[in-house]
Design a protein around this ligand. Sequence first.
Ligand SMILES: Cc1cc2nc3c(=O)[nH]c(=O)nc-3n(C[C@H](O)[C@H](O)[C@H](O)COP(=O)(O)OP(=O)(O)OC[C@H]3O[C@@H](n4cnc5c(N)ncnc54)[C@H](O)[C@@H]3O)c2cc1C
Length: 309
Amino acid sequence: MKEITAKLKAILPAERIHENEPMKLHTSFKIGGPADIYAEVATVDELKAVLRLMADTGAEHMLVGNGSNFLVSDEGYRGVMIRLGGDFDSISLEGSRITVGASKLLSGVSAFATENGLAGFEFASGIPGSIGGAIFMNAGAYGGEMKDVVKKVSLVSADGSQNFQCSGEEMGFGYRMSSVQATGAVVTEVVIELTQDDKEAIAERVKELAYKRNSKQPVQFPSAGSTFKRPVGGYAAALIEEAGLKGFTVGGAQVSEKHSGFVINIGDATCSDVIELMKAVRQKVYENSGIVLEPEVRIIGEEFEEFNC
Ligand SMILES: Cc1cc2nc3c(=O)[nH]c(=O)nc-3n(C[C@H](O)[C@H](O)[C@H](O)COP(=O)(O)OP(=O)(O)OC[C@H]3O[C@@H](n4cnc5c(N)ncnc54)[C@H](O)[C@@H]3O)c2cc1C
């Protein structure tokens, strides 16, 4: 990795390259050992150069957005975590279209939309991710999902060789799914289209959704949101509760008492605690209902690969 660091220094200022960076500082779960390198990238040209370097050297790498759907191994990550910032935090308005950089948080986009009297993004106001991560996951809540509002996505190919754009339809959006999960392309900018509405009415809807979220979800504990995807034929939270697992604890990881769909970090949980708990939950839910739960959280670490879907 010393060689990669040296080569990265020809692309990025040294203060944006961090070696052995604890990933627990960059994930909402507050879990995760060190990434060999954590590199902050501020422009499309830098991103392309970094991705080309990764392709030329075969170095392992991945994007991290706001780390709100990330569970990183206690051993950390043997490769380069790439974090977008700088130019990628831009936001601008043209008519009812908002153009937003990939690192901008959904809460910021929602506040901008509200200020400008644009409705349709309220669903995303309380999802604690970045626009890039939300496109990757086709994040959604309360009846809305990114798919409904995305008009155009700008990307850089996985090997850094080209920039290209896709329409919303071309993004292959499905339930917690988009085409970038398979292609490894990096989202750089997104255009969303909303509809004109009264500012006060939009603000009121955002407030109502925040109230719902705060009263139903264990937002005071570190977590990665819903741990498992919604299976066909049921809701993960209900299946977990029916299997008698509310409050089930392994080390510092617990099935939330407030919302069984969330695994929370009740204090110094390790990734191994969470994985052990997830495996037990999956087994007991299967025995109880015949339904196999699949993780929604992205699990980072070679030793857990068989558990990722
Ligand atoms: C309290 C809580 C509540 C939540 N509620 C919801 C909810 O209601 N609905 C919902 O859908 N999710 C929810 N989540 C999960 C999470 O916020 C979303 O999945 C979010 O979209 C992840 O965005 P992120 O920026 O944090 O991505 P990260 O967790 O950093 O990354 C997720 C994936 O996206 C990839 N990625 C990140 N940026 C880019 C990019 N620019 N280009 C390509 N790939 C990229 C990463 O490599 C990774 O594989 C919740 C999480 C928490 C902690």
